[in-house]
Design a protein around this ligand. Structure first.
Ligand code: PMT
Length: 417
């Protein structure tokens, strides 16, 4: 049997999470959220308001969470204790999803007439509201006033997404993607140890055109770079993600994403913005060459058996950065098929990097495209850290630990002078 490496790097593991559902059309999407939370190792307790039960049934949520669903004010919970008090004692986090205008209004005005509203009043744990409603309701001064009041009291809100709504209109009011809700919840339990840093991450492949329909690219999916961007943001850093074309969804909504296609475009974006960053991580797989002349028209078939393309060198972005980086921490990746550590250590020196992460790309199930990676981290001191196969999120977290060590070392040096 092989181990399951697809597990997320999650701080929600072993946490007692209360998911409260109120009566909105998006209630059915909460089933997916409960599933994702249990996958990440949380123990989920579902609370439903009376209105929620008009949209979805407790049985679904009991099955998905493995715990009884609470939907009555005086429901008994684990024997004789009254539910809302017990649950607010054991909970680590309460998330209300979807949160209707009605529940926001009730809680903002101190009404406690059912299990959920009473629990919110009795709890001291972090509470997250995930509102979903019609755009006009969302924009109404009553709702916005209530939200402001609750935010002032320390309650957190995740803004609705824009798009088509169930009522047939389009605008802001949709429930955010499950992935975005879970990321916001991960934030609550993540130490913000990179809070004062601004980190640039490059990710994905670059694409060089031969003619308007053909191109030279590589198998990078962007997943490694996206994992680095996500975990850095989770740990409190401000993040700029410069990405080549990929089909993977941007990892978080609160990351600045700059999309590029060619290596020259990536170089320009990096050189334009690196000065404002304290850390630059180059996980992108940059094409070393581009076509010397890109044909404006689609190349025609010819009778020749061999057609040659003339290639010219692309800029070496990381080497250019190495020469001007000053106090910044510069992290490179090295995709190698042999002599992993030695080749990586050579690149580290030659390109004036602070850290290099070596990838053995000859192995099929790690590196390019996969959800897992196995890397060797080489420092300027010659210190080598072997990171065995694990999810890219977990690898990202270990790389960021090494970045943090580098930052501390540089800080100590600056203090010393
Ligand atoms: O995207 P995934 O599917 O998740 O796959 C991840 C990955 C395998 C692409 C990633 O982990 C990785 O190894 N990225 C670097 C691949 C690479 O281009 O290696 P390299 O040895 O050719 O380049 C060394 C370093 O120089 C890299 O940091 C690269 O970004 C940088 N470089 C390379 C060429 C160039 N012209 N400019 C550069 O800045």
């Amino acid at each position: 049997m092989t181990a399951d490496h697809s597990q997320h790097h999650s701080n929600l593991k072993n946490k007692e999470i209360v998911v409260a559902i109120t009566g909105g059309i998006a209630a059915y999407k909460t089933a997916e959220l409960v599933r994702e939370l249990t996958k990440r190792g949380s123990n989920v307790h579902v609370v439903m308001t009376k209105n929620a039960m008009e949209f979805v049934t407790p049985l679904t949520f009991q099955t998905l969470s493995g715990n009884p669903v609470i939907n009555e004010m005086f429901q008994l919970f684990s024997g004789s204790k009254i539910g809302h008090v017990t649950l607010s004692d054991i909970a680590d986090h309460l998330v209300i999803v979807p949160a209707t205008a009605n529940i926001i209004g009730k809680i903002a005005n101190g009404i406690a007439d059912d299990f959920l509203t009473t629990m919110v009043m009795a709890t001291t744990v972090p509470v997250l509201f995930v509102p979903s409603m019609n755009t006009k309701m969302w924009e109404s001064r009553i709702v916005q006033g209530n939200i402001e009041k609750l935010e002032d009291l320390g309650f957190r809100f995740l803004e609705p997404a824009a798009g088509e709504l169930a009522c047939g209109t389009s605008g802001k009011g949709r429930l955010p993607e499950v992935e975005d809700i879970v990321e916001t919840m991960e934030d609550v339990f993540t130490l913000k140890d990179l809070q004062d840093q601004k980190i640039m991450v490059t990710a994905g492949p670059t694409t060089e055109f031969i003619d308007p329909v053909r191109c030279i690219t590589n198998r990078s999916s962007g997943k490694m770079g996206y994992a680095l961007a996500k975990i850095a943001r989770r740990r409190g850093a401000e993040v700029i993600l410069i990405t080549g074309q990929t089909y993977v969804k941007p990892p978080r909504i609160d990351i600045e994403v700059i999309r590029v296609t060619t290596a020259v475009e990536m170089r320009n974006a990096v050189m334009d913005r690196f000065r404002e960053c304290s850390v630059i991580i180059k996980a992108a797989a940059v094409a070393d060459f581009r076509c010397r002349t890109e044909s404006c028209q689609k190349m025609k078939k010819t009778s020749d058996a061999i057609v040659s393309l003339e290639l010219e060198k692309n800029p070496d972005i990381i080497a250019e950065l190495g020469a001007v980086k000053e106090h910044r921490v510069l992290v490179g990746f090295a995709a190698e098929t042999e002599n992993l550590t030695k080749n990586a250590a050579d690149k580290l020196k030659r390109k004036q990097l602070d850290l290099i992460v070596a990838n053995d790309v000859s192995k099929a199930d790690i590196g390019f495209g996969s959800d897992d990676n196995e890397v060797t981290i080489v420092e300027t001191t010659g210190h080598v850290k072997q990171v065995p196969r694990m999810s890219k999120d977990e690898v990202a977290s270990i790389i960021l630990d090494s970045v943090k060590k580098c930052l501390k070392k540089k800080q100590r040096k600056e203090d010393w002078y």
